[in-house]
Design a protein around this ligand. Structure first.
Ligand SMILES: *Cc1c(COP(=O)(O)O)cnc(C)c1O
Length: 341
């Protein structure tokens, strides 16, 4: 705990967080007249659980991580922002991330006025632990890794990720948004032995709840406690908590298997087009595809009603489109449209 506290922004360490009516009284009662809510039942007239106990218990059982090690954010994006606000003093501390990677690390760092050093991945989007560590200074509090990485799609070796997490003196954040599609294992089993490690996952991708905005951060209980102080008290609304509990009952294995089969099919079919130069190996539900003319290919697909992500202007992704694996019939349409090009 001392080790973690030494990294925390002093004003956050000293913060007395807002205490909600639901925090002051935690038991079951007959009459609730403590929160200035409407007394008329609308289904939604009561404030939600600020600590999301039921949902955390379910996620705890699903992931094999104790509830005290789970933070739920309004999307992973909230977790990314809250981590910066817990650990980094604006205009003073620094953040490091790999590149190309998820755009929110940059946006959140800019909003929080934190200089971000982006360390370009190596050949074939490989992780270079020594280069990353060399980019960290005394002021670097957070290091963002993403595995499987967006937009390159590849996952990094657990040994390399741990090598970085152990050598870096600050907080290493490993974003596992696409872990359900990966052949590499999650770092969740490593949490207990790595108190300065934060693993991000999300219910937005394989779990199919992007609309509900539920991101997960798994970390040492002290880090979760600090993040909970900083978040908005009722950051996860009642509808999202309820619906997530329902949707989490649906198994996703079949859907994940279909995505992996379709990914393999696209990996086989796409190279047949003469304008496809390269497809990077993917551990995610998308493929990064380099073509002769990315803008023209993008425009052609758009005219056919098919929207992919044009990554042509992202450093390290020149000529690339990022294509999410869709339903089998959607992937058929993609291939058919490309065959007309
Ligand atoms: C999609 C994605 C997320 C998910 O963000 P949410 O805010 O939870 O929807 C997180 N990280 C990466 C790298 C992603 O690609």
């Amino acid at each position: 705990m001392k080790e973690i506290d030494a990294l925390v922004r002093p004003n956050i360490l000293a913060l007395s967080p807002y205490s909600t009516a639901r925090d002051d009284f935690k038991g079951k009662a007959e009459v609730y007249i403590d929160a200035n809510e409407s007394p008329f039942p609308s289904g939604w007239n009561r404030y939600p659980d600020p600590r999301q106990k039921a949902l955390k218990a379910r996620i705890s059982a699903l992931k094999g991580v104790p509830a005290e090690s789970i933070f739920i954010g309004n999307g992973s994006d909230e977790a990314i922002d809250v981590l910066m606000r817990v650990f980094c003093t604006p205009g003073h501390d620094e953040v490091v991330s790999i590149a190309p990677s998820y755009g929110m690390y940059r946006v959140a760092a800019d909003i929080n006025d934190l200089p971000l050093t982006e360390v370009q991945l190596g050949e074939g989007f490989s992780l270079e632990p020594e280069k990353l560590l060399a980019a960290c200074t005394e002021r670097t509090k957070l290091l963002f890794l993403c595995s499987p990485n967006n937009p390159s799609g590849n996952a990094f070796a657990v040994s390399d990720l741990l090598r970085v997490a152990e050598a870096f003196r600050g907080i290493t954040v490993v974003d596992e948004a696409y872990i359900d599609f990966s052949s590499q294992p999650s770092l969740l089993p490593q949490l207990a032995e790595h108190p300065r490690l934060v693993v991000l996952q999300t219910l937005s991708k394989a779990r199919g709840m992007a609309a509900l905005r539920l991101g997960l951060a798994f970390a040492a209980p002290r880090i979760v406690e600090l993040m909970s102080r900083v978040k908005y008290p009722y950051n996860i609304n009642e509808a999202a908590q309820k619906l997530a509990l329902e949707v989490l009952e649906n198994p996703i294995e079949g859907q994940v298997a279909t995505v992996l089969e379709e990914r393999a099919r696209l990996e086989r079919e796409l190279p047949r087009f003469p304008f496809v130069r390269k497809i990077w190996p993917s551990d995610a539900n998308f493929l990064l595809v380099q073509v002769d003319d990315a803008d023209a290919t993008y425009d052609h697909l758009t005219r056919d009603g098919i929207i992919v992500r044009n990554r042509n202007r992202v450093k390290g992704c020149q000529g690339c489109l990022r294509i999410t694996v869709g339903l089998p019939e959607e992937n058929d349409k993609l291939l058919k449209s490309l065959s007309k090009l």
